[in-house]
Ligand binder design. Structure first.
Ligand code: BGC
Length: 815
C-alpha cells in the first residue's frame, strides 16, 4: 500500500501545511519525517526548529556567510557558484536542513527595490546561468532548493498586497525567463510562490502561472510552496497548483481544504497530486544523518568569491594597487563595521568574520584610522566629520570606506533614495573640498549615485562581500589579487534617469510600462548616459579582442575569438556576447546579452575562446501568437567588455519566420521612447483596461495593507503592530555597543518598516499561529469600526460554521 493511500483526508490536508516556521508535519504512524527548511540564499540560517514566530530573524546557528547574489553575480562565473552551492549544501547537511530557501532569481527592475541585494541581475540570461549553477550545486549533494520568488516580485513597499501590471512579452522575456531556464536546466526540487499579484491574480492562486506555464509548459516536477504567509484562499491555491502552505499553523486553512473536498469544490485528484509532490520531496531530500562540515574551507571559498566578484569601477593613473611602503589615512566606519550582507530573512550569523580592519592589522599595513561618520546613523554628526577633516587635511593617501547600511537598504521596504546616507555624502564632499582625491571603497547591495566620482582617483566596489570581505578588500587593494568582477546591473548617473522612477512603489499597483526595456536594455536603447554600464569592470591588466568567427552547428551558433592579456599581470576577463536583432517594427532593445565567458589569462597569454549560443535564444515572445518567434534578417553579434564597450562585430543573416505583426503602428512608435508610455498606450499593450486602486478604501478587507488603516481603531492597530518593531529597536539602543545591539536594532527596524505592508491575512498566515485567525478577524472588525460585532462573533460564536472557518468573503483590492 502506498503512503498516499494510507492517509486520511484530514491527514492529507494537514500535511500540506507547515509548522514551527520552517518544518513540515511528521506523521509518525506512517514513518513520515518532518522536513526542515532554512533560508538562504547565500548561507544557511539554521534556526531553532521551535524558535520565535518571526523565524528567529536575529538568531541562528553560525554558518558561512557567502557574498549575496548581487555580489556573486558580478563574478559571472557559473563554476564558482556551483561550488558555492555544494558548500551551502554541505552546511545544510551539517545542520540537518533538507531544503535551502534559494536561489532568489527575480529581476532588478528598479535600483531602489529593497531586496535587490538578494537577486543576481537586471538581465535574465546571467540570472539563468548563475541560478542554474547554484541550484545544481546544492542539489548535487542531495539537498533541496527553493527557487524564489515566483514571479514578478520586484518591490517591497507593498510586498504582501502588491499587484504587478506587466505585459505578457515582458513577463516571458524578462521576468519569467530566468525561472524557465533554471527549471528546465536544473529541475529544482521546490519553487516558492511570491506574495504579489500579477495582473490582478495572486501568484498563489494563479493557475496559469503555477500549472499551465510552470508544470505543463516547462515540465516542473517538484513541489510548489508559498512564500511565508502568501496563502490566499487555501483551497483555491491548492486547485491552482500550490502544494504546501508555509509557515502554516492556521487550523482554519486545513479545515477549508477538508471542507472543499467534502463539498466537491476541490477535487481529490488535486489534493492527492499535492500530497504526492510532498511525499516525493521527502523521498528525494530527507536524510537522518548529519555530516561534519569544513567551515574553514568554506570561509576560503567565501573569500575567493568576494575577490572574483568585486568590481574596480574606476582607476585613474593606476592609483590602485596600493603599495605597502606608504602610510594611509583610512576614514569611514564601514572599515571597522563592514557591511557584508543584507538585512531581513536572509541574515546569516557568520561562522567567522574578517573586516578590512582585521586584515589591515594582520598584514601590518601602515595606516591611521578615523571614523568620519557612524554607520548606524544617517544624518550628519559634525563631531565625527570634523575629527576626520582635521586628520585629512595633512594626509596624502586617503582611503574612504563608504556605502549603504542596513538602515537604508533591507528586505521589507524599498530604499527611499539612491543617494548615500547624508553623513557619508558630507564627509566625501568635505574631503574633496580640502583638495584631496581619495580612493573610495564602496559597500552596499545596489547602485548609489556617485556625484563625486570624477573627484576620486579610484573606486573599488566590494558590494556585500560576505564574511571574508575584509580579506578580499585587502588583497584587491594591495594587488595580491587582480579585480575581475563586472557589474551585473547598470549604475545610472542619477535616480531621475530611471524609467518610471517617480511612481515606483508608491501604490500597490505597479505599472511596468517600460515593458522589456529593463536596465541596460533601456539605457542603451535610448542612448542615455550612465555612471557605469552593465558589464563594466576594470582590471590591473588589459585585454585585447581579435579574429572573431561565427559558425553554425545544428541549432547553435559558435562564436570564437582570440583573447589576449596584453598587460604585465595575470588577470581574468569576462567576454560578453550581445546580439542586436534586425531593425523592424517589433520593438526590441538595441542589444541583449546572449552569452558570456569568464577567462583567466596569464600576463602576455593569448587564448582562442568559444561561446555557444542556441539560435532559439534569439527569438522574441509574440504576444498574439503566444509563442516564441525568430524574426528574419540581419543579426549583429557583438563581442564586448560591457554593454556599451563593443570590441568586435560580426553580421549574421537568419531566415527566421514571417508572421503577422504583433503591434499597432502606434505602439511600435511609442516604444521608440519607452519612458513616455501613456495610460492609453499601456492599456493597448496589455490589451485590457488599467486597474485602479483606491488607497484606504473602506470597509477594509482582509487584504487591505495595515499601513492604509486610517480609522480610529485602525490607527491604534497599526500603531501597536508597528510598535512591536520600534520597541525592539529602542530597546536595542539601550544596549552597549556590540554585535547583539546592531542585530537587534536591525531586526526591530525590519519589523517596523515591513509591518505596514502586511494585510491582516498575510500577518495571520505568516505568524505560525501567533496571530490566530479569529483574532485577525476581530482586528478587522475593530478597524472597520465594528468592535461589538467582532467581539460578539468571537465570544458568542454566533456566526455559522462555514463563516467561522472561512472568514469573511475574501475580497481583492478594488480594481
Ligand atoms: C521571504 C522569503 C523567505 C521566507 C522565510 C519570506 O518573508 O520573502 O524569501 O524565504 O520569508 O524566511
Amino acid at each position: 500500500m502506498t503512503k498516499l493511500s494510507q492517509l486520511s483526508l484530514e491527514e492529507k490536508a494537514a500535511l500540506l501545511s507547515g509548522r514551527f516556521q520552517k518544518t513540515t508535519l511528521p506523521v509518525a504512524r506512517l514513518d513520515l519525517p518532518a522536513l526542515r527548511f532554512s533560508d538562504g540564499p547565500h548561507g544557511v540560517r539554521a534556526e531553532d526548529p521551535q524558535g520565535d514566530s518571526l523565524g528567529g530573524i536575529s538568531d541562528s546557528l553560525p554558518a558561512t556567510c557567502f557574498p549575496p547574489a548581487a555580489t556573486s553575480a558580478c563574478s559571472w562565473d557559473p563554476e564558482l557558484l556551483y561550488r558555492m552551492g555544494v558548500a551551502l549544501a554541505e552546511e545544510c547537511r551539517h545542520y540537518g536542513i533538507h531544503v535551502l530557501l534559494g536561489p532568489a532569481v527575480n529581476i532588478k527592475r528598479n535600483p531602489l527595490a529593497g531586496r535587490n541585494f538578494e537577486y543576481f541581475s537586471e538581465d535574465p540570461h546571467i540570472t539563468s546561468e548563475l541560478g542554474t549553477a547554484v541550484s545544481k550545486g546544492i542539489q548535487s549533494q542531495g539537498v533541496g532548493v527553493s527557487l524564489k520568488h515566483f514571479a514578478a516580485n520586484n518591490s517591497e513597499n507593498y510586498r504582501f498586497t502588491g499587484n504587478s501590471i506587466v505585459d505578457i512579452r515582458a513577463l516571458r522575456e524578462i521576468y519569467l525567463k530566468g525561472f524557465e531556464q533554471i527549471v528546465k536546466k536544473s529541475q529544482p526540487t521546490t519553487l516558492m510562490c511570491a506574495y504579489n499579484q500579477i495582473n490582478g491574480v495572486f501568484c498563489a492562486q494563479n493557475k496559469w502561472l503555477l500549472s499551465d506555464v510552470l508544470r505543463e509548459e516547462w515540465g516542473f516536477e517538484g513541489l510548489v510552496m508559498t512564500d511565508w504567509g502568501a496563502t490566499t484562499e487555501r483551497e483555491k491555491d491548492l486547485a491552482a497548483g500550490l502544494d504546501l502552505e508555509m509557515p502554516g499553523m492556521v487550523p482554519q486553512n486545513v479545515s477549508r481544504v477538508v471542507d472543499a473536498v467534502k463539498a466537491g469544490t476541490l477535487s481529490t485528484e488535486a489534493l492527492d497530486t499535492a500530497v504526492t509532490n510532498l511525499l516525493r520531496l521527502i523521498e528525494r531530500v530527507y536524510r537522518e544523518e548529519q555530516q561534519p562540515c569544513d567551515f574553514a574551507a568554506n570561509a576560503d571559498l567565501a573569500a575567493e568569491i568576494a575577490c572574483k566578484s568585486a568590481v574596480l569601477m574606476k582607476n585613474e593613473n593606476a592609483a590602485l594597487p596600493l603599495s605597502k611602503n606608504k602610510r594611509y589615512l583610512v576614514i569611514g566606519d564601514l572599515f571597522r563595521f563592514m557591511r557584508y550582507q543584507g538585512s531581513g530573512s536572509s541574515l546569516i550569523n557568520p561562522a567567522f568574520l574578517r573586516t578590512p580592519e582585521d586584515q589591515f592589522r594582520q598584514q601590518g599595513v601602515d595606516y591611521d584610522y578615523i571614523r568620519g561618520y557612524r554607520e548606524s546613523e544617517i544624518d550628519l554628526e559634525t563631531e565625527y566629520l570634523n575629527e576626520a577633516l582635521e586628520k585629512a587635511k595633512d594626509a596624502e593617501n586617503i582611503l574612504l570606506f563608504l556605502g549603504q547600511t542596513d538602515y537604508v537598504e533591507s528586505e521589507g521596504f524599498d530604499r527611499e533614495s539612491m543617494t548615500l546616507p547624508k553623513n557619508q555624502l558630507a564627509l566625501i564632499k568635505e574631503v574633496i573640498k580640502l583638495g584631496k582625491r581619495p580612493i573610495v571603497v564602496l559597500f552596499g547591495g545596489s547602485p548609489v549615485e556617485l556625484p563625486f566620482a570624477d573627484d576620486c582617483v579610484a573606486i573599488l566596489n566590494m558590494m556585500l562581500p560576505g564574511q571574508m570581505g575584509g580579506e578580499a578588500t585587502y588583497k584587491l587593494l594591495f594587488g595580491e589579487e587582480n579585480p575581475s568582477g563586472k557589474l551585473a546591473e547598470t549604475w545610472p548617473l542619477r535616480y531621475k534617469d530611471v524609467p518610471y522612477g517617480d511612481s515606483f512603489s508608491k501604490n500597490p499597483l505597479e505599472f511596468y510600462r517600460e515593458s522589456i526595456f529593463v536596465g541596460y536594455r533601456y539605457y542603451e536603447t535610448v542612448n542615455k548616459e550612465v555612471r557605469f554600464p552593465f558589464g563594466h569592470g576594470l582590471s590591473y591588466t588589459n585585454f585585447s579582442y581579435s579574429d572573431p568567427i561565427v559558425e553554425k552547428h545544428d541549432q547553435n551558433y559558435i562564436v570564437s575569438l582570440d583573447l589576449s592579456n596584453t598587460g604585465a599581470v595575470d588577470g581574468a576577463e569576462i567576454v560578453q556576447l550581445y546580439v542586436s536583432a534586425p531593425k523592424s517594427n517589433v520593438f526590441k532593445p538595441v542589444r541583449e546579452l546572449r552569452a558570456f565567458q569568464r577567462v583567466s589569462l596569464k600576463a602576455g597569454e593569448s587564448k582562442r575562446i568559444k561561446l555557444s549560443l542556441p539560435e532559439a535564444e534569439l527569438r522574441y515572445y509574440h504576444p498574439l501568437l503566444k509563442r516564441w518567434v525568430l524574426e528574419p534578417g540581419l543579426y549583429k553579434f557583438q563581442l564586448a567588455t560591457s554593454s556599451s564597450d563593443i570590441r568586435l562585430v560580426v553580421d549574421v543573416e537568419m531566415a527566421g519566420e514571417d508572421v503577422p505583426h504583433p503591434y499597432s503602428a502606434e505602439i511600435s512608435a511609442a516604444y521608440r521612447n519607452p519612458a513616455q508610455i501613456s495610460d492609453a498606450q499601456f492599456e493597448e499593450l496589455l490589451a485590457t483596461p488599467l486597474p485602479q486602486y483606491e488607497m484606504g478604501k473602506r470597509p477594509y478587507t482582509y487584504e487591505t495593507a495595515i499601513g492604509e488603516f486610517d480609522s480610529f481603531f485602525g490607527k491604534i492597530i497599526r500603531k501597536i503592530l508597528v510598535g512591536m518593531g520600534t520597541k525592539q529597536y529602542k530597546k536595542a539602543l539601550k544596549l552597549p555597543d556590540s554585535t547583539e545591539r546592531e542585530r537587534e536594532k536591525k531586526a526591530g527596524l525590519f519589523i517596523a518598516k515591513m509591518m505596514p505592508s502586511n494585510s491582516l491575512r498575510s500577518l495571520c498566515y505568516s505568524s505560525s499561529g501567533a496571530l490566530s485567525y479569529p483574532l485577525s478577524l476581530l482586528l478587522l472588525d475593530f478597524a472597520n469600526g465594528r468592535p461589538l460585532r467582532g467581539l460578539t462573533r468571537l465570544f458568542t460564536a454566533r456566526m455559522g460554521d462555514s463563516e467561522k472557518r472561512n472568514g469573511p468573503q475574501h475580497l481583492k483590492p478594488s480594481q
